[in-house]
Design a protein around this ligand. Structure first.
Ligand SMILES: Nc1ncnc2c1ncn2[C@@H]1O[C@H](COP(=O)(O)OP(=O)(O)OP(=O)(O)O)[C@@H](O)[C@H]1O
Ligand SMILES: [Mg+2]
Length: 251
């Protein structure tokens, strides 16, 4: 049965129109409430995989299920209410004249009443430390501020499943730490594609290592990240905290 999994992917293959084969037979399941790090070198297929989770990319072979519903045209509305994706590039997520409008867009579309929308926007902006930016235009914000605004547009929808593509890139240390604490404290199913392996260790317990469109390892994140030959064999390195023994007993 598919209903017991938050996400189920069966033999997913995807080739871009220019002939680039980006996903080759990817299969995995995620249980409800699991936090999984999706790691792999540049060009591994992480973003391509993520964009399949709410049907932004489709048309290859294989199947994707979200909470038992197949990601296909007739289920797109339901799927998109369950899965919130924070894109790698915030420019892809911000299109309204003001930050308020961008963050309110999702909840308004879900039919939430105005007062509820205001409350969600305020909370989401506070969570990403952008309170006071409501009337600003995202076009005139720094890249790190845009990243956090993009995250807020998904947080305000409070989806069951949160999927993040490089959530910490371009963030200063204090804002990165805030995002780590926020993601750690959220009781949601989460899939996080990241090169920030320390973030992955702080937030996730499981890992998937993707390379050249294929899963090459899946399981406990500590085991994957601590495997030197596996890591170096895929353009990665064992994070310093693991190498130095700083992380023990799940710290
Ligand atoms: N629009 C596109 N058209 C053609 N090929 C693409 C397109 N987008 C990505 N690719 C190719 O698909 C493969 C997977 O790319 P993808 O962006 O999914 O990798 P990634 O793991 O997210 O990498 P990164 O760590 O750099 O973000 C790469 O070979 C890439 O060049
Ligand atoms: Mg990517």
């Amino acid at each position: 049965m598919t209903t017991s999994h938050a996400i189920k992917i069966k033999d997913l293959n995807y080739t871009y129109p220019d002939g680039t084969s980006a996903l080759k037979g990817v299969s995995f399941n995620m249980g409800k409430g699991e936090k999984v790090a999706l790691i792999g070198p540049n060009g591994a297929g992480k973003s391509t995989l993520i964009l399949h989770l709410n049907g932004i990319i489709s048309g290859g072979s294989g199947q994707v299920f979200v909470q038992g519903q197949e990601v296909c045209k007739k289920n797109l509305k339901a799927v998109r209410s369950m899965v919130g994706i924070v894109f790698q590039d915030p420019e892809d997520q911000l299109f309204s004249p003001t930050v308020f409008d961008d963050v309110a867009f999702g909840p308004l579309n879900m039919g939430i009443a105005e007062e509820g929308v205001r409350e969600r926007v305020a909370q989401a902006l506070e969570d990403v430390r952008l309170a006071g930016f409501e009337e600003r235009s995202a076009h005139h914000m720094s890249y790190g501020e845009k990243k956090r605004a993009a995250l807020a547009t998904v947080l305000s929808m409070r989806p069951d499943i949160v999927v993040l593509d490089e959530p910490s890139s371009n963030l200063d240390p204090a804002n990165r730490r805030q995002v780590i604490e926020l993601l750690s404290s959220m009781d949601r199913t989460m899939l996080i594609a990241t090169h920030d392996l320390e973030l992955a260790l702080d937030v996730c317990t499981k890992g998937i290592l993707l390379d050249s469109g294929k899963i090459v390892a899946a399981g406990g994140l500590d085991d994957i990240l601590g495997d030197e030959s596996l890591m170096t064999g895929h353009n990665l390195e064992v994070p310093l905290s693991v190498r130095s023994g700083f992380r023990k007993d799940g710290q």
